[in-house]
Design a protein. Structure first.
Lengths: 129, 107
């Protein structure tokens, strides 16, 4: 069974740091892009970042650029999110998700777009003094 | 950034009703759209990808349509387990963006 389990959430003061982890099992982790998505209390979903299979491409939402870093360790089947300079507005449940490719374009100029299918249960980050 | 607008933001429906939720993108996104279902306290679940392709294991009462800027999610016959919040999300360009959600409640 494909499974993602997040950990590392907790209470942190504004300006502090926290590192989240996501352990993957039941699929070939190294063959998939991976994402982090967050949900503030009572709010909707917000994509945070994603990372290519080999870690060489990374994308971020503007609000976390320069503060958050997504990374992965394929040998450990693990995804990470290092969060620095945390703000009250970063308080949320953080989910990791597996990305699947959707091929677009026409031969030979294919391009791949990635959507999230399997999600973890999330880990809660609270930012408060 | 591409803005995704869902309507309605909430609706009340009865068991057995046919329900349609609309999602509009601020610019064309082809068919690079996914629909999620989320129940309280749970992670989102993928229902539809590529605007109209049913995710494996999802019942056929769910269907999606549309391309470009206008998309719909339809539940053909609402069941008690379908009461939840539904989100659309575009994956055509970064940053990936979600609609604000549609909460489906029991009438």
């Amino acid at each position: 069974e494909e499974q993602l389990v997040e950990s590392g959430g907790g209470l942190v003061q504004p300006g502090g740091s926290l590192s989240l982890s996501c352990a993957a099992s039941g699929f070939t982790f190294s063959s998939h892009w991976m994402s982090w998505v967050r949900q503030a209390p009572g709010k909707g979903l917000e994509w945070v970042a994603n990372i290519k299979e080999d870690g060489r491409e990374k994308y971020y939402v503007d609000s976390v650029k320069g503060r958050f870093t997504i990374s992965r360790d394929n040998a450990k089947n693990s995804l990470y999110l290092q969060m620095n300079s945390l703000r009250a507005e970063d308080m949320a449940v953080y989910y990791c998700a597996r990305d699947l490719p959707h091929r677009g374009g026409y031969f030979p100029h294919y391009h791949y777009y990635y959507y999230m299918d399997v999600w973890g249960k999330g880990t809660t980050v609270t930012v408060s003094s | 950034d591409i803005q995704m607008t869902q309507s309605p933001s909430s609706l009340s429906a009865s068991v057995g009703d046919r329900v349609t939720i609309t999602c509009r993108a601020s610019q064309g996104i082809g068919n690079y759209l996914v629909w999620f279902q989320q129940k309280p306290g749970k992670a989102p679940k993928s229902l539809i990808y590529a605007a109209s392709s049913l995710q494996s294991g999802v019942p056929s009462k769910f269907s999606g349509s549309g391309s470009g800027t206008d998309f719909t999610l339809t539940i053909s016959s609402l069941q008690p387990e379908d009461f939840a919040t539904y989100y659309c999300q575009q994956y055509y360009s970064y940053p990936l963006t979600f609609g604000g959600g549609t909460k489906v409640e029991i009438k």
